[in-house]
Every structure is written in C-alpha cells, then in structure tokens.
Design a protein around this ligand. Structure first.
Ligand code: NDP
Length: 275
C-alpha cells in the first residue's frame, strides 16, 4: 500500500514539469495520493490559456490522481477562499497542502538589495511569504486533524547569498511564518514545515540565478554534486505524509549538505587546480 493511499490534498505552484511542486506531486500520486492543482490565472484575452495548458500537460498524465485544476492568484483572497471551498467539496478534509510559490520583479532581483523598490518589496513579500498565511488561514477549517502543510525555501533566507537579494529577505520571512503557523495550528494536530532545496533548474530558479549556484554547489557541498528534482520530490512527499508526524516548525535542507559548510571546502582545491 502506498504512503498516500486514501490521502487527498492541494498542490499550489506547478508551472510546468520542471516545477518543484510537480516533483513532489508526482511522488504523492505515485504513492496513491489524490491532488487538486492550481495554475496562475490566464489573461481574459488569452484564448490559448497558456498558463492552464502548461500545467494540464503535467496533470493529464495522472488523470486518476488529479481531482481538479483551477486558477489561483495568491494575491486574491476571494480566489483563495474559492479554491479552499472547492477542495473541501471535491476532496473532503484536506490531508496535505503544498505551497510552492514565489515571485519577485526581475528588476528587483537583479539590482543590489539596497536599491529594492518599495512596491517590488511589497509584492515579493506578499506573494512569496504572506501568501502562506493567507492560504493556511483559508484552509484551516477544512484541514484534517493530522494534516501537513509544506512550503519551499532556500538557504538565501538564512545567510546572505549575493544575487538572491530581495528573495532572500522573503525566504527569511517565510521561514518565520512557518514557525508561527506551526505554533498556531499545532493544537489542531496540523504540522507546518519548510523544505530548503539546493538549486534546481526551474522557471523561478532561472530568474533567481540558479546557473552559477549549480557550479558552486557541485564543488562545495559535502556530497560533491547537485541535488535532483526526484530527491527534493521525495523529501517534500515525506514532509506532507504521516511518516513525518513528529516534525513541525522545521526547515529541512535537501542540498547535499551545502548549508553545513563553513569554508569553500573542495572549491579551493578546484580553484588551485585551475591555476
Ligand atoms: P516554478 O517557476 O516552477 O514555480 C513557481 C510557482 O509560483 C509557479 O507555478 C508560479 O506560477 C507560481 N506563482 C508565482 N506568482 C504567483 C501568484 N501570484 N499566485 C499563484 N502562483 C504564483 O519554480 P520552482 O519550482 O523553482 O519554485 C517553487 C518554489 O521553490 C519557490 O518558492 C522557490 O523560491 C522555491 N525554491 C526553488 C529553488 C530552485 O532552485 N528552483 C531552490 C529552493 C527553493 P507561474 O509560473 O504560472 O507564474
């Protein structure tokens, strides 16, 4: 019997088959779970429904495990409430909720943090950190007693990672949100955790400068390589399953050990070899 047999939940943040949310959802569905998905709303004049089509290309591969695919912009409280109501009517109690969403204006990601615009900061924070509060609050009446909520974060929220800039500040806030929500929802038996992934090539990842990070991790991480979508997917599924039932308010790293390094380690050897 699969780890998610009889479990149903919501997956927010699939953009395409490279999305981390998709890597996690696939694991859940392979283990017998049923998922409801959302996609960023298409513009009314977009007859081709580009956003919806990108996601349905993925979910169509799992027709028996996909309960619905509906639009959701986490900046819109009404849409969040509608999605939660739909999830409740289609799935019953929600056993797991994955929040895998982040956004910052490219201009704010590419300029120095000190030059971050007020509007850009507000928007990045709202979509990348506040939205976890909004989503958890809207879901709380529909969550099953042992439900698990997970979100995605990055090391740039713990330490200064030049280039990650305003998103690092959002991730620091998001990790704090995880701890406070875990406290609020703990008495209901509901857990809230974050998975801190090493760099992966995705749409959001490219905007945040993942290319150079891949090289760095390969040389610096104790494992001496980058992590894979499947590795992150498995740990995401673990956090959303009953297997992790004693874990809450945690930031779990899936980064080949990179976060534990206090020096460039083997990167120094690689640099010396190049001389
Ligand atoms: P993706 O681009 O695949 O996923 C990001 C998702 O956020 C997309 O589905 C995007 O929709 C969605 N999104 C953005 N704005 C909104 C909004 N207003 N309302 C609803 N959805 C929105 O990239 P990833 O899979 O890499 O990113 C998922 C999470 O993982 C993010 O939190 C990211 O910071 C985090 N992460 C990523 C790492 C990496 O190296 N890739 C490393 C560590 C953490 P759309 O594309 O349609 O705009």
């Amino acid at each position: 019997m699969g780890m998610f047999e009889g479990k149903k939940g919501l997956v927010l943040g699939v953009a395409n088959d490279r999305s981390i949310a998709w890597a996690i959802a696939r694991q859940i569905m392979e283990e017998g779970g049923i998922c409801g998905f959302t996609h960023l709303p298409d513009r009314p004049d977009d007859d081709k429904q580009k956003n919806r089509r990108r996601v349905s290309k993925c979910t169509d591969e799992y027709p028996n495990s996909t309960k619905f695919l509906v639009p959701l912009d986490v900046q819109n409280d009404e849409q969040i409430a509608d999605v939660m109501k739909l999830a409740h009517s289609e799935l019953g109690s929600i056993d797991f909720l994955l929040h895998s969403i982040a956004f910052a204006d490219r201009n704010d990601l590419t300029r120095d943090t000190i030059e971050t615009s007020r509007e850009g900061f507000k928007m990045a924070m709202e979509i990348s950190a506040y939205s976890l509060i909004a989503v958890a609050n809207a879901a709380k009446g529909y969550l099953s007693p042992k439900a698990s909520i997970a979100t995605m974060t990055y090391f740039g929220g713990e330490k200064c990672v030049p280039g990650y800039n305003v998103m690092g500040i959002c991730k620091a806030a998001l990790e704090a949100v995880v701890r406070y929500l875990a406290y609020d929802l703990g008495p209901k038996g509901v857990r809230v955790n974050a998975l801190s992934a090493g760099p992966l090539k995705t749409l959001a990842g490219s905007a945040a400068g993942v290319g150079e990070m891949l090289h760095l991790y390969e040389h610096m991480a104790p494992l001496g390589r980058n992590v894979t979508h499947d590795e992150v997917g498995r740990v995401g599924a673990f956090l959303l399953s009953d297997m992790s039932d004693g874990i809450t308010a945690e930031v779990l790293h899936v980064d080949g050990g990179y976060n534990a390094m206090g020096s460039p380690g083997r990167l120094i050897d690689a640099m010396q070899a190049q001389k």
